[in-house]
Design a protein around this ligand. Structure first.
Ligand code: UN1
Length: 494
């Protein structure tokens, strides 16, 4: 059998293999080895940081519209290679090919969007308090950005961080997830082919505990942007906090879809299937709680069970697959443990089994699972499962639905299905998450709006949208006094 590729570091514009160990990259659909990845060491991270440091001196002086031209070319190249990139994504991550194409499209969109920002990067010009004085705010780069990104959206989330970082003059040390190094490799090859100057983006591979920590703890890294688990985010926050670094965190979710009594039931079921079982529930935005008005609960459950059983589960390379595998054997087992616990906290309506029976080589498939009559405080309704599992929570009123929606440690995305206009506006204001959908599921954020959440989902920052420029820039206030005399602010100068 032909050996797969061995993914390397990319430091200062050169591909380098490192001395350390390698790890296998596994296709979750069939558990075959796709490739190997060279694990970097803290000294590789140090080299990457030094390369980024040198490159930043030059990169910050390149006019942003010129950087935008380059981003435009990169985005065009991503578009040309959309199909190849999508195939790599499905092989490594398992998501159905249609979804993989959607994810690559997000990266393309983010590239074009940030290319345009090269001609904006707005600050503000405001009146000064004193005569003959000009006051304005401008953006300047934070410096060296350490990006730590997850396997569930290995190119979209990377693009949400990478493009705003580089358009605004930062340079980057990127550690993608160990499960999806091929996607990162392909992305960086495109940056390289398009002529991104050496050192502007550097790629290292490895585990969070070693390579991730080396990035976070490096004193030359000025900002860390992380998407991943709340547990890891907490560690990063405390380390970065004690080093007084800027840190942007995007973490867990326990997102709910509320279905009110006026809702179009078929539409709500479409929304639930896509948001809960699409991507095998492995989105931060996935819906894992369904809050249902009791008057339509029986009807909704009937349609939902029927439609869930019709889903096609299998290898994501097939065009008609609705639900692919989950990322790993370990994930499969963790999901199953949650379902065992959930069955005690509610009533199983369908699913609940490891399809491959846990047999090695059969792929990591889990049945889409519905558990009903769950209390809002149950663990299955409070903890992130990150799999195709939903808990149905019955409610008696809109007010109760809002209370249950907000009864979560997390705050990423919420959705409501209703035909009542007052409920639409009330939900928009009362749902306490960073993203709210009306008559659509909890997934499907667009890249030109801020992406992120409240409470334990994040730390107040946002990915994508112009909000991401606030993460990767510092505000600088500039005062130009052209009066020819010393004017003292806040003091009577007459
Ligand atoms: C994620 O799950 O972390 O809104 C990202 C969505 C996608 C991105 C999800 N556009 O579901």
């Amino acid at each position: 059998m032909k050996a797969g590729p061995v993914y390397q570091n990319y430091i200062n514009g050169e591909w380098r293999s490192v001395q350390g160990e390698s790890e296998k990259v596994i296709n979750p659909a069939n558990e075959k080895v796709l490739a190997e990845v060279n694990l970097s060491s803290p000294s590789d991270v140090d080299e990457a940081v030094n390369a980024a440091k040198r490159a930043q001196l030059f990169w910050k002086t390149v006019p942003a519209p010129e950087k935008g031209e380059l981003l435009f070319e990169i985005s065009q190249k991503l578009r040309e290679q959309k199909e190849e990139l999508s195939q790599i994504l499905t092989a490594e991550n398992g998501k159905p090919i249609q979804e993989a194409r959607g994810e690559v499209q997000e990266a393309i969109d983010m590239g074009f969007y940030m290319a345009g920002e090269g001609r904006r990067l707005f600050g503000q010009t405001v009146p000064a308090e004193l005569p003959n004085k000009h006051a304005m705010s401008i953006r300047s780069p934070v410096g060296i950005a350490g990006l730590i990104t997850p396997w569930n959206f290995p190119i979209a989330i990377a693009s949400w961080k990478m493009f705003p970082a580089i358009i605004s003059g930062n340079t980057v040390v990127w550690k993608p997830a160990i499960e999806t190094p091929g996607m990162a490799d392909a992305f960086v090859r495109i940056l390289d082919e398009c002529g991104l100057p050496a050192g502007v983006v550097n790629l290292v591979h490895g585990a969070g505990e070693t390579v991730g920590s080396a990035i976070v703890e490096h004193d030359q890294i000025d900002i860390v942007s992380f998407t991943g688990s709340t547990k890891t985010g907490r560690l990063i926050a405390s380390k970065a906090g004690s080093m007084l670094k800027k840190v942007s965190l995007e973490m867990g979710g326990k997102n709910a879809i509320t279905v009110m009594d006026s809702a179009d039931i078929d539409l709500a079921v479409d929304g639930i299937l896509w948001s809960s079982f699409g991507t095998s529930g492995q989105r931060c935005t996935a819906a894992s709680r369904i809050i249902v008005h009791q008057d339509i609960k029986t009807e909704l459950e009937k349609v939902l069970i029927k439609r869930t059983k019709e889903l096609t589960i299998g290898d994501g390379v097939k065009e008609d697959t609705d639900v692919g595998p989950v990322i790993s054997r370990q994930a499969l087992e963790s999901i199953h443990e949650y379902v065992k616990m959930g069955r005690k906290e509610g009533e199983l309506l369908c699913g609940g089994r490891i399809i491959s029976g846990g047999q090695q080589g059969k792929g990591n498939y889990y049945e889409p699972t519905i558990i009903t009559n769950v209390q809002p405080s149950a663990r299955i309704a409070q903890e992130e499962v990150f799999g195709p599992v939903i808990a149905i929570i019955p409610v008696e009123s809109f007010d109760e639905a809002m209370r249950v929606n907000n009864d979560s440690a997390y705050g990423l995305s919420s959705s409501i299905f209703t035909k009542d206009a007052n409920e639409v506006f009330r939900a928009m204001h009362e749902m306490d998450t960073g993203i709210v959908y009306v008559n659509a599921g909890t997934t499907g954020a667009e890249i030109h709006l801020p992406f992120g959440g409240t409470k334990k989902t994040g730390n107040g920052h946002r990915d994508s949208g112009t909000a991401s420029l606030d993460v990767f820039t510092e505000w600088k206030s500039v005062y130009v006094d052209y009066s020819g005399k010393l004017q003292r602010a806040q003091i009577d100068n007459n």
